[in-house]
Every structure is written in structure tokens, then in C-alpha cells.
Design a protein around this ligand. Sequence first.
Ligand code: FUB
Length: 332
Amino acid sequence: MKGCATIATVLLLASAAVGAVPAEDGRPGPNPIVRDKFTADPAPLVVGDTLYLYTGHDEAQRDEMFTMREWLVYSTKDMKHWVDHGPIIRVTDFKWAKQDAWASQAIRANGRYYFYAAVEHDATHPGKAIGVAVADTPTGPFRDAKGAALITNEMTPKGTHSWEDIDPTVFTDDDGTSWIAWGNRECYIARLKPNMIELDGPITEITPPFFEEGPWLHKRGRLYYLTYASLDRRTQRDEHISYATAPAITGPWTPRGLLTGPGRYSFTIHPGIAHFHGRWYLFAHNAALTIGDQAGAIGRRAVTVYPLHYNADGTMRPVVQDDGRVRTTQGG
Ligand code: FUB
């Protein structure tokens, strides 16, 4: 453990003395989760009795847009007390990448942990790209698993902008097949080979309505969910979260509309969904945190978490982000 998440650490030590147990009500602690650093693009991963939360590290100064050099990981056993495990990999650890430690997701496979990350490729493959790193434990250290990008901008020729290939989400189905989806404005999906570091078949476009970025794949029962940052440019100024569902990972995807409004003071938002100790959670980010004289901004965000509830037909109930406190509709 390289650092501590201030108050959370004190609480953690106190709970360790009495034996940390999952909070009975399952309600997460106050938002934002991390208060001593600016964090963004939350990606939860449940391993046994622990939820690991991978985030980007926002280090923008003044009015810089994004300054992101590394990814961080935190863990909890009860959704209230968080341990800061420090940086797990830096963008410069991908030798072929230039900059921009953007949205990522980790997944367990083959007894190891694979970390898929959006970065800016060097001039050999201009534009954003997706790399994959591997580690023996969820907290790393992670190292580049391929020595080259898994996905480059040339592989999706439809897009006309250089940041089309960002924000990987990875999902392993009940039959053991793993899939990666990603994108900005266009959303793509492809199957992964069992080695987790190569694509296995064609890239297919699955762009849902108002898709902007930040896709997140998950499954509940027999229903597949594609949750994402959406932007209806006709009426909205900031990203919201929308989702679609499908009876198979290959679709067809049915748009289900909005899951949340925008994150407070933030242009971006980014969903991450996890099932932990029998409850569902939606992670997101906003820009409502101030640290010292640095106020939240587009490049100084803070990760948050809310309980997530489902209707009987499998649709997700709208989640309201309210000052870090949760007001969802009841039940689910
Ligand atoms: O954090 C950098 C970028 O902003 C992410 O890749 C997008 O999802 C948006 O959150």
C-alpha cells in the first residue's frame, strides 16, 4: 500500500480491529470515494470478498483539459472503507504510447489480471489506441502484456476523429468467451482470444443512440447491458448515462434511455457497474470535489458510487446523483 485515503484509512484500521465485515445495509459511504486526489473513469472488479476500483488520475492544472499519466487502484470490503493501493501502471510503461492514461478496465482471466487501457499511440499509429497489461494480483504491478497496441485507430476506419478508439470495457460471458467493447461516437465490439491479448474475429459496430464514450458491458440473469456516456447534442450540454439491453452479447441491442443525468459540474461521466455482496452498484464521476485551492473541473474529477436497482423486467431504475447522497426509486 503506497498511500492512504485519509479518513478512510483511519476507519479501515478501526474496522480491522473489530473485523471488517460487509456493511449490513449495503449502502456505500459518502461520495466522492477518494478525496485526496482527483480521480476519474471508475472501473470496479470484484475478486472474492473485495471490490477493486481502478481509476484514472486527474492532474490537470488551471484550465488544462486532461492531464492523466497513470492509473490508480483502491479496494474495499464493505463499500464504506477504502484502501489506496497507489498507481498500478503509468502510460509510459506502454513503450509505444505517448501520453493520456484515459479510461480503463481490469478483468480476471487465466488466473491473472488483465488491464485494458486507452492511451495516445506514438506516431507509428497516430491517434488513440487500446493497450493491455497483465499482473498476478489485482493491485499489480501491471506490465505491458503485448508490447504493442491491441487496437489502433486504423482498425476502425469509419471514424473520422483520432480519439475514436478509447474506453475499453471487457466482459467474460458464462461460456468463458471474453469480449471487448470500446469507442467514442462509434461503439465497437470484438471477441477476445482466450489469451486475452488478441482479437478473435471481426470488429462489429454496435453504436446505440446518443453514444458518446465510456461503454460498460455487464450481464444480469440472461440479459446483457451496454451502459455508456451519452450526449444528445440537441438538448444536453454535458454527458448523461444511457443504456441498452440485448438477449445476446451479439445483440440486437434495444435502447432503454437514460440511467442518470450529468455528473455535477462535469462535462464527462463514466459508468462502471458491479455486483458485490449480493447488491448492485453504479460507479460514476463528477467534478464537485475541491482539494485545497484546486476546484473540480473538466480535468479534475472525483469518482462516486450509488446503489443500483432493477425493475422486474430487467430494466435499470434511474439513479439520481445528489450531493453524493443516493436517491433511487425503492426496491430492486
Ligand atoms: O478521462 C479521459 C476521458 O474522459 C475518458 O477516456 C472518457 O471516458 C472521459 O471520461
